[in-house]
Design a protein around this ligand. Structure first.
Ligand code: ZN
Length: 160
């Protein structure tokens, strides 16, 4: 069976940055199952998997445009400290979820001074090249319900 739209694909993967540091991996968690053709995973990886078969291994380099996008300085913002309830406990590196016009967004604290907390709304992997080492573990046809929902059901997917 080859990967095409509306198939459930299970992959083992390791993701490293250009310095060789492991960012994410399925090791210890079991394979990641996703619905092919439904933007469940980043476009660069999904496109590379198209047409591949069970047991295939591949290495994929995904550039930011096909990954988590380029970094944008517009997404960095200095917020007055009094906007935070417990401003004394805020530390660089902490992450918060905020509501924006385009939906929920995770921001990371990148600087703190006496009056302001500077937050960065870029995805932590924005601007990074993503190096995937992928092995295809299983491919199956998606159920009609999975296709309708746009995601995978079952032990590795949504449990509803
Ligand atoms: Zn569902």
């Amino acid at each position: 069976m080859q990967i095409s739209a509306n198939m459930v694909v299970s992959i083992d993967y390791t993701l490293t940055d250009d310095q060789g540091t492991v960012i994410d991996s399925s090791e210890g968690r079991g394979p990641l199952a996703y619905l092919h053709g439904c933007n469940n995973i980043i476009p660069g990886l999904e496109n590379a998997l198209e047409g591949k078969s069970t047991g295939d291994s591949l290495q994929v380099k995904v550039l930011p445009a096909e990954g988590y996008g380029e970094r944008s300085d517009d997404l960095t913002q200095a917020v007055p400290k009094e906007m935070f309830e417990e401003s004394d406990s805020i530390q660089v590196g902490m992450q918060f979820q905020t509501m924006t016009d385009s939906g929920p967004q995770v921001v990371t604290v990148i600087a703190i001074d006496d009056e302001h907390v500077t937050v960065d709304g870029n995805h932590p992997l924005a601007g990074e090249n993503l190096n995937f080492d992928v092995t295809i573990v299983e491919i199956r046809q998606a159920s009609a319900e999975e296709i309708e929902h746009g995601h995978v059901h079952g032990p590795d997917g949504h449990d509803h």
